[in-house]
Design a protein around this ligand. Sequence first.
Ligand code: FUC
Length: 853
Amino acid sequence: MIYTTCMNMKNTNIEASIIERYRQGKIALREAAKRLKLRQIEAMALLLIGALSVAPAKGDKSMTLDPTTMLWYDSPGTEFCHALPLGNGRMGFTVFGGADEEQIVLNEESVWSGSSFDDNRPDAHQNLPEIRRLLLEGKNTEAETLVNRTFTCKGQGSGHGNGANVPFGCYQTLGTLRLKFEGLEGDIVDYRRSLDLAQAISTVEYSKGDVKQTREAFVSAPHQVGVIRCSSDKKNALTVEISMDRPERFSTLVQDGDLLMTGTLTNGQGGEGVSYAARLRVRNQGGRVTAGDTSLKIKDADAIVLLFDAETDYAGNVPRERKVKDPVTKTEQVLDAAAGVSYEALRAAHIEEHRKWFGRVSIRLDDGQKGSQECGTQTTDRRLVAIKKGASDPAMAALYFNYGRYLLIGSSRPGTLPANLQGIWAEGIQTPWNCDWHLDINVQMNYWPAEQAGLSECHGPMLHLIESLQSPGRKTAQAYYDADGWVAHVITNPWGFTAPGESASWGSTVSGSAWLCEHLWEHYAFTGERDYLSWAYPILKRSAVFYLDMLIEEPKHGWLVTAPSNSPENAFITPGGQRVHTCMGPTMDMQLLRELFEHCIQAATILAQDETFCEKLAETHKRLAPNQIGPDGRLQEWLEPYGEAEPHHRHVSPLYGLHPYDEISVDKTPELAEACRKLLESRGDAATGWSLAWKMNLWSRLRDGNRAEKLFRDLLNPTGSMGFNYTGGGSGSYANLFCAHPPFQIDGNFGGAAGIAEMLLQSRWSGDPNDPLELFLLPALPDAWPQGEVAGLRARGGCGVDMLWKKGKLQSARLLPNRDGQARLSYAGKTVVVDLKEGEERVVDQRSFRPPA
Ligand code: FUC
């Protein structure tokens, strides 16, 4: 079957057959490119990304969609990462948009196998003195051997990333909804599918024969249902068979006219785990519904509305609002409630609720050329290919930023579980790395845009995850370090996993919990809510207590260091030529502890508590191993200037001090910033998706907007690669703009969105209500975005910021503070100090800024 726009049907038939031959391996890429009359690189990009119809990217003048809020395509998705995601924080749909056969991948955030399991080695701490002795004597290899033998988790941990059938478990698909349309003859023409980020609605439209078919879908938060409406422009023209399945552990039946799928996942310990139910109800306009054993058939309808709900009886360690004992009954109740509401009312309530979130921020980026307007006439996948070929499309950055906000709204809402490695959108049973929460960058990156992009409440699930790790983390602290307080290492799941992972090469970085704590503080820094701080402070404090308890003195300088630990997932070469991971006091750990202690002291001071404890923290802070510049002028990753085992390693951990932590900066510590720049430069740009996104943020903090924009374009690299790659091959964006590690990992989407915000606005605030906030306006504006406008960004210190710029220069900035105080604004090396009054707008323009005295 040929899918095409109206523009070029005959050619597209020929092109599609060439592509099909290439896909079947019958002709080589070079030959396909020749026949398609494309340069090899263009052909490769198109083929990889899965754009089936490869009509030249001229654009269809008859159709212009907002290039900053619309994703659209002129062919259906054939793979998961071509399909369009919808979500209400808890439930997800990923819509392929097939014409005769539609499939929608279904997700519910708590469809997790596994169960609670104590993975701590209770006596691990008995080995701690020996591991430390070896480290203090420089015998890192021997220490690593001992860590592997005695200091990893007790059981199978994450199952080496394949935890579906072990206690750790794995987030997995709920299943697939299939709609098989019948009865119409003729070619499919005028096909288009789209996702409107502003309304959170996906649409599929095409004509078959002379009948126009339209399908709309959304996942409603107010009514907690997924909704699909199929309609056609002729009466009685809709005949469709509906079924649901999943790769394992399911049975379907028709119950009182509803299609019901139920099942129970494994608990990974030989028993039953989470039970789920997924229910679909049909409301038809015209025609008849008949029930099969495991499917529903609707014949000759004018339109149908499908209502869907899924529930589980998850009751694990991570809190969420929805508590369900009997998923089957709950789905019935939810659908009963929604069934009484008209489609139009469901749709209107959904849009209104979504707008409350999405409408908080708006962004326009423009190159001042014609190209900016024209990009709306091209499909999203072709825009990626055009950018790869060098086209200017600043609106794509606006779209990416909006998509990041959209994905966060869709996967993390007050009361839900936090966004996992794929948000909530996942196909298959064994998802990559179990789709868990990785604590050595990934889950944190998911939340980088939350505060800046005005989605502070969407940060909530992450903050509750942190709170929930205290209790299991206390046991881990005792078992491994004989220490007080709580700790989490590199991975966690809904069952409260806090033990080290199963290998010393990556699993024993001890600062996962410290990195999590940054988020507790950041939420305060952006909101200034004192009550919230009173809630968060004890969690920060108990984390600091753990680290105070576990630090040891290294022999050379008497600095206090963590031991054992790793610089996340990276290896070094010892002076004896051995490749090893286990170490003391990697630079990132020390930065994290300085940050944690500072935030603790600041919080305790604001709350007027714990003076003596703060003195202890301050004393210890002074003795922590400092940032060091190595003999080659780069920021050192480890305590010693070891050789690098992987000079281009994806984790740029010692640069944590530059971003997200603000310990190193071009204005406060220029020498260290320069050492960061050198390290970043030597690491190279090529990397996995999330690593590109981090580098984008890092270059922004180094105030190099053009380099940050270059990294952003790398993030847009069109790809179809789904295999695991750790070195940067195949990274970029899939056709649906999901970020490719590869495989799909959503952190890069969020990190990229945060990077765009970071290029436009950076901010600082000590947290003390008496201190001014500092705003850096357009600190890393690239040449590629000379004109633009942004409204609703948020700055630390509790302030909304709008900006307008032209020809690369700031025209005006509008501040909307949520407290009284002062702000120091910097722009292009000049500053201005303004007084702020809660709720009162302040506008500054270019002339307000003065050169430094
Ligand atoms: C960490 C990273 C990998 C991947 C995984 C989910 O292990 O080093 O690149 O992102 O998390």
